[in-house]
Write a protein that binds this ligand. Sequence first.
Ligand code: SF4
Length: 364
Amino acid sequence: MKLLDIIEEVKIGKRINREEGLSLLQKVELLDFGELANEIRYRKNPKQQVTFVVDTNPNYTNICNIDCIFCAFYRHPGEAGEYTYSVDEMIRNFKTAAANGVTTVLLQGGVNPALPFDYYLELVKRTIEEVPEVHPHFFSTSEIIGMSQASEFTIQEVLRKLWDAGLRTIPGGGAEILSDRVKKKISHLKGTSDDWLNVMLEAHKIGYKTTATMMYGHLETDEDIIEHLEVIRQLQDEYHGFTAFIPWSFKPGNTPLHKIIPTYASSTRYLQILALSRIYLDNFDHIQASWFSEGKKIGQVALHFGADDFGGTLYEENVHAEADFVNKTTVAEVIQLIQDSGFTPVQRDTLYNTLKIFEKAEAM
Ligand code: SF4
């Protein structure tokens, strides 16, 4: 199909297929891509508003036995700098975050086989009981698979027990690129694309809401990116369990993969992928811009390339920091950045419910 015909199909709301998505990614001029993605964004969410969440992203352990070569965060047991915090220590961390206005705690860690499953259940239960101001958005698919392997429970049983403890949402980390060819090279101990999709499927069946993510800018091809979008779109058709899609670029600092991929993907690439995501993922309500990963200016530009959410404040962040990539903000700055981009900032919770609308120049 000719490029102009594909664009017309997108404009009338027709779902595009893999080949059409690939044509858009490879052939559409950048600004046209943004305009097309924005058309879809406003069709889905006509308000001139951009949401954000006040969140923090602490880690309970950096001990991990998965050895992903794109990761600078993990340590082996006994290695300098390894840590595992007690539930008491994490609850103290969450209380401090809550006192600073945090409503979402996005908690992830390494896959630490020494931790008993009860540790995770206690973490969820006590967060709900002792820090009710925050919503626990805990544990990537890798950790959930690790919990299953370290206990006698299946993935379904692990998810059900976490649900019964009070967990309701799960972050979408661990997907990287859903291509087994790439996964074999960058994270061969992490499991397959189907493993990630299966945890998400089982979670959505129970009623969890999750995000979907993609880390690009390493060994993937354009076709891998399209396949990633295709399989998460197929899964979304089943239970509509994904709240948002969040792409970001690989950060090579201090990682073994740095030797092969020494630099970040370009901002142009980010905006292309973001626009394509908005167009391809016609059953996703939200696409998240990443001021943190791509920089504040590109985060603002992303709001004109199909994104309707500015992500979180990420008060604490350790994973990218280990790759020498640090970016900080405040709620006041997020509000200002969104307003300067021409939108009304709306503070939301983890499930995208509105908490506060910041009209005009109002700040917190
Ligand atoms: S990305 Fe996660 S699973 Fe992989 S090595 Fe790092 S902490 Fe472990």
